[in-house]
Unconditional design. Structure first.
Length: 155
């Protein structure tokens, strides 16, 4: 194949794309909330769940941030009864506090999920999943590049 000599239309698979994923049973997803895939089903971002840190870490290791919810959705009685649109891209989230706050020096580094609207600098006891890559930090919060690719590579 030779180099281009004029513009062309290029197909795009992801990178700011929209995914439509099945929702986890009974999960309540709000528009604009950080979305994760847990065992392949969409749910709001959260720390790992379990009775101790080992169980929480094992649970969090299965999460992948996939974007933000484009619509409200509540999962049905079973996993996958409902589907939801999720957008990848760079989004503004609330910054954590104190020693867990993301700073200007953290640009280009992974940040971690606290909940569906908050990200943090650290991952204590490996109980938090990667939210994405920090792009910008300001008084209004943290801009994070959220995608399945970033989440998987930085995990």
């Amino acid at each position: 194949m030779v180099a281009l000599t004029k513009g062309r239309k290029t197909a795009r698979f992801a990178g700011g794309g929209i995914r439509n994923l099945p929702v986890a049973a009974a999960a309540v997803c709000f528009t604009g909330g950080l979305a994760i895939a847990a065992a392949g089903f969409a749910r709001p971002g959260r720390v790992g769940q379990g009775v101790d840190n080992a169980a929480k870490a094992a649970d969090a290791a299965t999460y992948r941030a996939v974007g933000v919810f484009m619509e409200d959705a509540t999962g049905g009685a079973a996993n996958g009864d409902v589907r939801v649109d999720i957008q990848e891209g760079v989004f503004l989230f609330a910054n954590s506090a104190a020693g867990d706050a993301i700073a200007q020096a953290d640009i280009g580094k992974p940040c971690f999920i606290i909940d569906d609207q908050t990200v943090a600098k650290t991952n204590p006891n490996s109980t938090r999943a990667v939210a994405g890559i920090v792009q910008e930090v300001g008084a209004d919060g943290v801009w994070v590049d959220v995608s399945l690719t970033n989440s998987a590579l930085a995990a």
